[in-house]
Structures are given as C-alpha cells and as structure tokens.
Design a protein around this ligand. Structure first.
Ligand code: ADP
Ligand code: ZN
Ligand code: ZN
Length: 804
C-alpha cells in the first residue's frame, strides 16, 4: 500500500476545486507533510502544475493507478495546521476556490510559475516547423492570443507538444562574512609575510583580533571600516587564512528603526487605564472576547494598543495589529517599532516582494513576535497569538473586492477563536455593524470619550458653498477658508487640506459637443494624469495621450474637468503665493518611500500646507497643525450606495481629528453644497452617537444592514444578451428558493456595465435568516461555472462594501 498525498492543484476551476490523490514515491516517503508545495502532473497529457498538500493518508480513496508526486518544493511546510484549516474556512465562507485562498495567504514569491513551451512532434508538419524556425521551443507566454490559438491547434493535431517547467521565484538574499580559522596561529603566519606586504599584515592582525573575540564580521563592514578591499579578503581566503561564508540576510524594510532605544510606555490616563485593564484581563484569561473601543480622535487609542501588546508579550504570547493600508503611515510604524523594535514585522503593499517574503519568513520562524500590517497581514503565519487589534475597524479597505472576497475582521475573529485571544476593534467612528453588535453586548463596548489632557475637540465651521462666490470665494476656495489659511501663514502654523476624491474623477470633455473621452474596453471615462500627460483607465490600465482636438466634432475646445489635486495646488500658488505647499496623492506617492518623504518634510516644517486626498485623513499626528480644510465635503454623498452618509461622516470626523492635537487650539472648515445634510451636521458636532442613532433609523426604514444581511451576485459574459439572460434566470431561481422575507434587488446592469470587454449584471439579496442561502449559492456556482468554457463568470460577494 502506498502512502497518498491529497493535493489541491493550482488550476482554479470549479471542477478542480477539491483535493486529488497522488502517490508518494518511496524516495519521498516520510518527507511530505501537509502544508508543503509539490509539483505534479495533472489531467491527461503532459501538463504539470504546482499544488499544495492538504493531507497525507496511509492509503488511497481511489483504487486506480495513482500518479506520483514529481517533486517537493519545500523543506518545511509553508502553511501550518492552522493556516490550512483557515484556507479551507476562507474558501467555504467566501465562495472562492481553495487554491485561490491558499495563494492569497502566502507571499507572492511563493507562487510557482509554470512555464509552457511548445516543441516539435510527435507528428511534425511543415507549418509547425515554420512556426518554430530554428528555435528548439516556443515559450507560450510570449505569444498573443491568435498565435496561442494556432499553437494549441497544432498541439491537438500532434504537430507540437507542450512542455512544462516550473520557475520558483523565491530568492533568499545573502551576504558574505569573514570567518577566521579557529586553529590558525596568526602570529606565526605573520612572520612569514614580507614586511612591505602591508595589506596582508593588516589582515593577519585583524584576523588575530577576530579569532580572539570569536567575531565573524561582514565583508561589507570590514571593507567600510579598515581600508582593506574585497580582493584582499579573497586573497586571504585563497591562502587558507580565513573562509568567506555566505549567510542569509533579511531584506528588512525598516531596519534603521530597529536599533533605536525603545520608547517607554506612557502613564495612562484613568480612562485609558480602565480600558487597558479590561482587555488585559481577557488576554490573561485567554478569552476570545471582542471589544469595541470607541474613542474620539486623539483620545490615545494607539497607546492603549501598545500597552495591550506589551501585556501579551510579557505573558509569552504574540500580537497582531491591523491598520488600514492608507493609515499605515511611517508615523504608525515608528510608534510600534519605537516601542518593540526588531521584534515587529511590518507588512503592507508598499514593500517589495522580497521584503514581504523576508518579513513573512521572520514571522514564520518565530523571530518576529508583533505583526503590524494591512488587510492581508491577517493571514500572517504568527503562532501563539495573545491579542488581535484592528485599528480604524470601520475602514472599507479591510474588505477585499476580488476573490477571495473576505473581510479581514472576519478572518481575525475566526483566528481569535482558534487562539483563545481577545480582539480589540478600535475607531472614532465604528461601522454601524460593529456599533450595533456592541449595543447588543455581542461585543464588549469600551469608551475613550475625551482627548488626551482634555484637549478640546476642534471647532468645526460649515461653509455654504452655494453663495461662496458672492461672498468673495475664488476657484475652489471660500473666503472663510482662504482667510483661515492666511491666518495660519501669519502665525507660522500648519494646515491640512483634504480634496475628497470619492465618487469623483478628473476627465476630459469637449465644450462644443459634450464628448467625454472613454475607455475603448470599459464603459467609463478615462482619468487625467498630469504627471505623465496621459489619460488612463483605472480598471483595465488602457492609456492614451490627451487629445488636443475633439475626436467627435473636431473642435479645439476640449478641456479638463474636475478638481484634481494638481489644479488645487495651482490655485493655492496664485491665491496664497507665499505658502509652501506639499501635495500628497497617488501621483506623488507612487514611488517607494513617497509617503515617508512627504510626511517627514511636513513634520520638519518644510511646508505650510499639506494638500491631499483621503490618504491624509488618517493617523497623522502633527502638533503644529491647527487648521483642517475640506474643499468638497459632499462629492461622496451622491454615490448610489446606502453607506454614502456613513462614509462621509467618517471621513469628515477623521480629517477633523488632525487639527489641534497638541496645545494649540484646532479649527476646521468644511465646504459643502449640502450644509444641512445630517452627516455633515453630526460631523460638525463630533457627535458619533447622534449620527449612529439617526443612521440606524434610516437603515431600519430601508431594510439595510445592520438590520439585514446583504449578498451581491454578479454575472459577466463577453456577450451582453448571455449575461442578461443568465442573471434573470438566477434571480428567478433565487426568488423561488428563498423565504418570503428575503428581498432580491435587481437584476441591474453593473454600475460600469462593460469592463475589459465583458458585460456585467448584478443582483443584491437582502435577508435576515436564510439557512438555505449558502447551499443555493453554491449550487448556482457549480451550475454556472461548469459552463465557464462558455465564458461565464459568477462572483458572489457576501456583505459587499461596494455596490457599484
Ligand atoms: P488616537 O489613536 O486615539 O487618535 P493617539 O494614540 O494618537 O490617539 O494619541 C494622541 C496623542 O496623545 C499622541 O500624541 C500621543 O502620544 C498622546 N498620548 C496618548 N496617551 C497619552 C498619555 N497617557 N499621556 C500623555 N500623552 C499621551
Ligand atoms: Zn478600461
Ligand atoms: Zn466635440
């Protein structure tokens, strides 16, 4: 009887979304464990793919001849038992393929690339010969669609054969070290060296010192400090005086922060102490309790997180803290690294693949004990976790829009149950869902109602933009905001200006005929990028030059529309010529370290005004900022989304919180065309609880979350009729299967009806309790995806954050 490995292969389709049995060859017996990547042959033909071993059994469930595992790609498992179980849970709860979930959990560098090459035979034809020319093989990756189709036809007729090879992208960085010979008598060797060979003498002296001190210095350090060059060391190695040893080093993204002295914990205020004690009690009791920490901006939530983490570490356990991507500012990293140093691993999308891989390995090897990261860090292979923290828990960026469509909060709550550890959800503006759960005591409510040192909240002025121009406003600025900016300049204080980009983009339109330049592949207008002087599609990446004449009517009156940050920056230069402005948006932060550079320049007082998009709203703590201006508060209110008011309230509250955090009083100006809107009114008064109650009545009236659950179903197909037919039949099927209290909204065309040349239709199910729903949806997936050869894609999104 052969031992059998159950393998999930890297072929993401419905038919292959289950483990397949492979024989473990005698040579690999005992070596293969669950959580290791393997290389196997799959299906008929020569196709070879990577896979993940999810179980090892003594005997097969299948009694035909089993194919053998061809190679093992890992020495130790890359997913532990918790990780494997988590990947399976993720696949079930998000309706995603298991292999997709596994890949989401692992660093990109561990994804094995399959390289397909077409070679001649077994029945070569002149056409096949001509296609190859004098090449031995034709890599398929280099071919366009038409050429690929031709190759595949030739493969079917036997004129060509496909070859499969694998490419492992994981690279380990090494650095050379000087290892003195422990036995050598360097003093004796010195005597034999000519007196004018000064480099050799110097090297022998150094070797004697290192030998005595048991040191093995890095080559780079030696050449930097001693005047010796690498060639001197290589020559020494040839003489047998030393060996050069390549050792693995980590690409450490924040190494410069690791050697600084740690910051001391602050003396907690009594409010902070009360919440910290409550959380620490759950850590000590290993109780998977969920806390909702509602604390106004500047109330000292971060200090609470740090002290809770310290408590877990003191008990020999580890800690995980999630922060929204855009709040993962250098300031936040500095605060956590500043307290815990090199034991902190940081994971976010700004790191290179190599850095991410190395941080992941430090966690996996138990060398990092605190993980700070954005959404996907929820999957970090940290073990023995004593506490989980999610800062700004209301942020929609915790939900992934693509498969697997998971919410990091759900992943954390699931892991917390496994680890018997508490979860802290922190926010100044909790999501309605979480706040409602706290009201029902599903989560334990904790409050920090005041700023540290009883600093007052900033005064918020709402500026009615409907008559702003009559009252002396210019460009996008009211006179009130301009005067406030000028006052800060005069006082030498700093200002933060937010341009709300939600639901808004800059585009190009003809003034004569109204023509708007659109993407040829998607039903959406192209966005203007001044830095590259191009128009770009944010969905498919299509890029083209900015037209100078209208492609539709030939008029030269084709103009830019909308208020981009660049345009606001230009107006600032005209209106306040003496102001030094720093701009922070996708264009200025695209390059690595862009965030860091802008923020440290602002922190160092090199600018008077920081102008930016949503990314400036969070986590910034600059004592000299006394003014926050919001240029366009309500662009997001018009979005066709029941969370539009909630998002606007959250954004305005967060950005207002950047003002007056230290001793100087803060002031906020919110420019709005809807000054009476309740989201703006409650934000003006820092009244989260008021907003919560008001918004809950609206949600109740409209049968929306948190009163109802929602699930979105999207169908797409290259042919519009096919997509429409499919969604209407699915809607009918669902209406029949669900209880009368469930509501099916739609079907409707997607907000962007055509994307990358596929047509999208969607429906939304609202429901309270539907025990059959998961089964029905799974059945729908099975049926429709079986037809995926026919070009259908079905996506199921539980609790979508985006209804577009
Ligand atoms: P939040 O995360 O709630 O917005 P922070 O943790 O950033 O608030 O705290 C706001 C400011 O107060 C920071 O500058 C922080 O260093 C300071 N702070 C926090 N806790 C204390 C404390 N116990 N004593 C003194 N200063 C504190
Ligand atoms: Zn496009
Ligand atoms: Zn025109």
């Amino acid at each position: 009887m052969t031992a059998v490995a159950k393998v999930i292969v890297d072929v993401p389709t419905m038919q292959t979304d289950k483990p397949f049995d492979y024989a473990i060859p005698a040579a690999l017996a005992g070596q293969i464990q669950p959580g290791m990547r393997v290389w196997v042959q799959f299906g008929r033909g020569a196709r070879q793919v990577a896979g993940m071993v999810v179980a090892v059994n003594a005997a097969a469930d299948y009694d035909g001849d089993l194919k053998p595992i061809l190679a093992v790609l890992d020495y130790t498992p890359v997913l532990n038992a918790e990780g494997l179980a988590l990947s399976q849970w993720l696949a079930q709860t998000t309706f995603a393929f298991w292999i997709t979930c596994i890949q989401t959990m692992l660093p990109t560098m561990l994804k094995i690339e399959t390289i397909k090459t077409a070679v001649l035979g077994p029945k070569p034809t002149p056409a096949a010969q001509a296609l190859l020319g004098d090449r031995a093989g034709l890599p398929l990756a280099d071919l366009d669609e038409a050429a690929t189709a031709q190759v595949l036809r030739l493969v079917q007729s036997g004129a060509l054969t496909l070859h499969y090879a694998r490419k492992d992208r994981a690279t380990v960085k090494t650095q050379d070290y000087v290892v003195p010979d422990a036995e050598a008598d360097y003093a004796a060797l010195r005597v034999a060296v000519r007196p004018n060979a000064t480099k050799q003498l110097q090297l022998l002296d150094l070797l004697a010192q290192w030998q005595a001190a048991h040191e093995t210095p890095a080559v780079a350090a030696v050449t930097a400090d001693t005047g010796l060059v690498r060639a001197d060391l290589v020559a020494g190695a040839k003489r047998g005086w030393l060996t050069l040893e390549a050792r693995e080093v980590y690409r450490a993204p924040y190494a410069q922060l690791d050697d600084q002295p740690h910051t001391a914990p602050l003396t907690l205020t009594s409010a902070q102490a009360a919440v910290t004690t409550a959380i620490q009690a759950a850590v000590t009791a290993t109780r998977a309790e969920t806390f909702l920490l509602e604390g106004v901006t500047g109330s000292g939530k971060t200090e609470v997180y740090l002290q809770v983490i310290a408590a877990a570490l003191a008990q020999g356990r580890n800690a995980m803290m999630l922060v929204p991507e855009i709040a993962l500012t250098p300031q936040m990293v500095h605060r956590v690294k500043g307290r815990f140093g090199a034991t902190v691993a940081v994971m976010h999308s700004g790191l290179s693949d190599g850095e991410k891989f190395d941080e992941w390995r430090r966690i996996q090897r138990g060398e990092a004990r605190v993980v700070v990261g954005a959404r996907s860090a929820a999957f970090a292979p940290l073990t023995n976790i004593g506490v989980f923290i999610i800062d700004e828990e209301h942020e929609s960026s915790y939900k992934q829009d693509d498969a697997p469509r998971y919410h990091a909060r759900d992943v954390i709550l699931h892991r917390a149950a496994t680890h018997h550890a508490p979860v802290v959800l922190g926010s100044a503006t909790p999501s309605l869902e979480s706040r409602a759960r706290a009201a029902k005591q599903v989560y334990t409510p904790l409050m920090l109602p005041q700023r540290i040192n009883a600093h007052p909240m900033p005064t918020v002025h709402i500026v009615d933009m409907r008559d702003a121009y009559k009252r002396g406003g210019k460009d996008d600025f009211s006179k009130d905001l301009l005067d406030a900016l000028a006052l800060r300049l005069a006082r030498g204080e700093q200002s933060v200006l937010l341009l709300n980009r939600r639901g808004y983009s800059s585009f190009v339109m003809c003034r004569e005929c109204g023509f708007v330049v659109q993407c040829p592949n998607c039903d959406i207008s192209l966005t203007l990028h001044m830095d590259t002087h191009t128009l770009r599609c944010h969905y498919c990446g299509h890029e083209e030059p900015i037209p100078t004449v209208c492609p539709s009517c030939g008029s030269k009156k084709i103009r830019y529309y909308g208020t981009g940050t660049q345009k606001v920056e230009q107006s600032l230069h005209t209106l306040l010529p003496e102001a030094r402005v720093l701009r922070m948006d996708v264009d200025t932060t695209r390059r690595k370290g862009g965030h860091e550079r802008i923020l440290s320049a602002f922190g160092a007082g090199e600018a008077d005004i920081l102008l930016g998009t949503q990314m400036i709203a969070k986590g910034l703590d600059f004592p000299n900022v006394t003014l926050v201006g919001v240029i366009n508060a309500d662009t997001g209110l018009g979005m066709p989304d029941f969370r539009a008011s909630e998002r606007t309230f959250q954004l305005l509250t967060q950005v207002s919180g950047r003002a007056g955090r230290a001793d100087k009083r803060g002031e906020v100006f919110i420019q709005s065309f809807n000054p009476e809107h309740y989201a703006i009114q409650f934000a003006q008064h820092h009244d989260y609880e008021g907003f919560f109650r008001h918004e809950m009545t609206i949600r109740h009236r409209g049968d929306y979350p948190p009163y109802y659950f929602t699930t979105k179903l999207t169908v797409s197909h290259p042919d519009e009729d096919e997509a429409a037919k499919a969604i209407f039949s699915l809607a009918a099927q669902l209406r029949k299967a669900l209880s009368p209290t469930a509501i099916v909204l739609g079907p409707t065309p997607g907000a962007i009806a055509r994307l990358k040349n596929r047509y999208f239709y969607q429906l939304v199910i609202k429901y309270k309790r539907e025990p059959q729903l998961d089964q029905t949806l799974k059945a729908i997936l099975d049926e429709t995806q079986a037809a995926s050869r026919n070009g259908f894609f079905v996506a199921i999104d539980r609790e979508p954050q985006n209804f577009m």
